[in-house]
Ligand binder design. Structure first.
Ligand SMILES: [Zn+2]
Length: 238
């Protein structure tokens, strides 16, 4: 908001810039029309933040389609943990296309509640996170971030119900390896994104500098398209 952005503003002769000063541009988003507060922008900052960012919130290696969907289900529910290396290969390949391993401080899985861990015997996201972190040569931390509330099985709930249900379910229980760090948050499948979003918020609340949500697969759902959200991957409360 400070500098006028003359270098980035493109066009705009003196007369036009003067007009902008006297008469701020109205946001170009239909039905918004508030005065634009971003230098050289035609969208207000609120509309800009709530554009339907794609592939900006969570990165995924795969679309949750055949045959990867069946493989993940076997991995998750039928003990097919021998698939860990194949999945970790895919995670590494996908991740390195957009990020440098050196930019990562720690890899953290979406935690299971201890009750669920007892009945299932393993946290599939924990296995993925550990194998993926090893490939990056980074630390995997499975104890600093925990699910402190057990939530009922919710695969049939809508996104809003899931969000409500998950409020306060996760917490940084030991901030030493989280505070000020860039954290890659790993999960197997992103469906509505409610779990990933809640975990991201909890990690930022626990002091993480940045969270990179990263899942093995993403379920593509029409109902989610057009649902606006604020890109919440950066800690803005410093
Ligand atoms: Zn606007």
């Amino acid at each position: 908001m400070s500098d006028g952005g003359a270098a980035t503003g493109g066009g705009g002769n003196l007369a036009e810039r003067l007009k902008d000063l006297l008469w701020p541009r109205a946001c170009a988003v239909r039905d918004c029309g508030v005065p634009v507060d971003r230098p050289s922008g035609y969208l207000c900052s609120r509309c800009y933040a709530t554009l339907p960012w794609y592939d900006e919130f969570a990165q995924s290696a795969f679309a949750y389609l055949s045959p990867i969907a069946e493989l993940i289900n076997r991995y998750k529910f039928n003990g097919a943990t021998y698939l860990t290396d194949d999945f970790a290969d895919a995670l590494e390949h996908s991740f390195r296309r957009k990020h440098a391993a050196a930019a990562v401080d720690v890899v953290v899985p979406v935690p299971l509640h201890p009750n669920r861990l007892r009945t299932r015997g393993y946290n599939q996201s924990g296995l993925l996170a550990a194998a993926f972190a090893a490939r990056l040569g980074r630390r995997c931390d499975e104890t600093s971030f925990a699910r402190i509330r057990d939530t009922e099985h919710q695969s049939r709930s809508s996104g809003d119900e899931r969000r409500e249900n998950l409020k306060g379910a996760f917490r940084v229980v030991n901030p030493v390896f989280i505070r000020g760090r860039t954290v890659v948050l790993v999960d197997d499948v992103m469906t509505t994104g409610a779990t990933i979003e809640e975990c991201t918020e909890a990690l930022l609340a626990g002091g993480a500098y940045r969270v990179i949500p990263f899942t093995l697969a993403k379920a593509l759902m029409d109902e989610d398209l057009g649902e606006a959200y604020v890109n919440p991957c950066y800690n803005t409360q410093k």
